[in-house]
Design a protein. Structure first.
Length: 230
C-alpha cells in the first residue's frame, strides 16, 4: 500500500474493506430546441436532480455510524449548446461496509428514480450490479497472523500494527467468503514520503516492500503449517 509507511505491516480483524456496486442509468426525456423548453422534457435537468438526490442517501437514509459512499463518476450529456437532449447516461460507484447497508443504498437509488419519473415525466433504464463483497478478516486467524508477524525476525520490518478499515474494495473478498481468511497490508510508501494512491497516474512504490511482503507471507505460512492444531 503506497499510502502506508514502508517497513511496517498492518492488519485488522472483521470487515476491513468495502463492498462495491456499479450502476448505470439512462434518463429518457424529450428532445427539443433550447428556445422552446416547454415543448421538450430536459433529461439533463432530471439527471442533475438525480446527482444531488443520491447524495442524501448517505446523509439522510443511513445510520450515522454506518459507512457508505456514492460517487457519480460519469455524466454523459454532451450535445449542442442550444439543443435540449432527449436522454443522458450516468454511471456511479457505491461502496459499503456491510451487506445490510448495500441493500439500503440500492433500494433508495431505485426509489429516487421512481420519484423523478413521477416528478419530471421521464422514463429511465437502470443497470445495477452488486459485485465485490465486503472483505471480512476472520478474527481468530487474524490474531494468529499478527502474532506470527510480530514474532518473526524479518529484515526491514520496523513494526506490525493494527490499522483502520480501508475504503477501496478488494477481489480477495470472494476468497474470504469461502474460507477463513486474512488480508494484511505491507507498507510501500516511497522513501521521500511523497505518495499517491493506487490508480493515480503518478502511483509509485518503494520496491523494498516487495521482499518484505514475500518474507512476511512465507513466515506466516511456515508458522501456520507448524501449528499443533492444524
Amino acid at each position: 500500500m503506497s499510502t502506508l509507511e514502508t517497513g511496517k505491516i498492518f492488519y485488522r480483524e472483521g470487515n476491513i474493506q468495502t463492498g462495491r456496486a456499479y450502476f448505470k442509468v439512462k434518463i429518457i426525456g424529450k428532445g427539443g430546441h433550447g428556445s422552446s423548453p416547454h415543448m421538450a422534457n430536459d433529461a439533463i435537468v432530471t439527471g442533475s436532480y438525480f446527482v444531488q438526490a443520491v447524495q442524501t442517501i448517505v446523509s439522510r437514509r443511513l445510520n450515522p455510524f454506518d459507512v457508505a459512499s456514492i460517487t457519480i463518476g460519469s455524466f454523459d450529456g454532451k450535445g449542442s449548446f442550444n439543443v435540449i437532449k432527449d436522454s443522458v447516461e450516468l454511471e456511479g460507484d457505491v461502496r459499503v461496509m456491510t451487506e445490510e447497508t448495500r441493500e439500503v443504498v440500492e433500494r433508495e437509488i431505485r426509489r429516487i428514480l421512481d420519484g423523478l419519473q413521477a416528478m419530471f415525466g421521464i422514463t429511465y433504464e437502470l443497470d445495477y450490479q452488486n459485485d465485490y463483497p465486503v472483505l471480512y478478516n476472520d478474527p481468530e486467524l487474524t490474531e494468529f497472523v499478527a502474532n506470527s508477524l510480530k514474532n518473526s525476525s524479518i529484515p526491514g520490518v520496523t513494526g506490525v500494527e493494527r490499522c483502520e478499515p480501508q475504503p477501496p474494495s478488494e477481489d480477495f473478498a470472494y476468497y474470504a467468503k469461502e474460507r477463513p481468511s486474512v488480508f494484511f497490508y505491507v507498507g510501500a510508501m516511497p522513501a521521500d514520503g511523497t505518495y499517491y494512491p493506487h490508480h493515480h497516474p503518478k502511483f509509485d512504490i518503494n520496491e523494498d516492500c516487495l521482499l518484505i511482503a514475500a518474507e512476511a507471507m512465507g513466515a506466516v505460512v511456515v508458522d501456520y503449517l507448524r501449528r499443533d492444531d492444524k
